[in-house]
Design a protein around this ligand. Sequence first.
Ligand code: SF4
Ligand code: FES
Length: 239
Amino acid sequence: MTANLVQFTLDGTPAQAPAGTTILKAAQQLGIAIPTICYHDYCTANALCRICVVEVKGARVLVPACTATVQDGMEIHTQSERVQRARRVILEMLYSTVDLSEAPEIEAMAAAYDVDCQRFPQAEPRRPPLIDDNPMYVRDYAKCILCWRCVQVCAEDAQYTYAINFKGRGYETQISTFYEVPMPESTCVFCGQCIGVCPTGALKFKRQYLLEIGYAIEEILQMTRSERGGRRRRAERSA
Ligand code: SF4
Ligand code: FES
């Protein structure tokens, strides 16, 4: 055996991978798909959503494949009954509070795991009002699953701008600017990377949003240009 390779089994298939390889990557190399939501190839994995959990023989709890690494002798099961039940309940809980109507990857998972979207009818959906405070994009946190990707790309994973982070606790947790200031008053540079990684449509370019709610292209251009002009004029006045 090569010193830095570890031996394990994945769904009964003997395999090996360099030490430090995550279970997710090892599975991908074997052609075994494990669902992910909070994980993104270009972001630091934080194991927040737990949809990627797998069963490891002898382990007390299910293990997040996006952060746990393969170990010598591991016996990993990616589709056991326990794993499937856990993923189904995670999705049912998400559906009970969040508007996932613009999250096609999650909708596909819901179909694959036979999810009952009405499983928890007593749950209180989170429906904060849409935030439209700048000419570039809108934020609809009723669609936010708190995956943290936008915060990460705004910070050390890409932009080093730190315009957004969590605010509140528990049920009240939401992504926000610091002190909830409007986006143009934050450190945001409107790079758009947060929109690029958002899996649910919670963050959206304003022109796309206006198009979807029925504005004509000419109207949209006029509205967003004049807002930009207004912002520039405000900046010139205060200089
Ligand atoms: S706004 Fe989008 S990217 Fe940011 S935490 Fe919510 S779902 Fe994730
Ligand atoms: S994808 Fe692994 S915990 Fe979210």
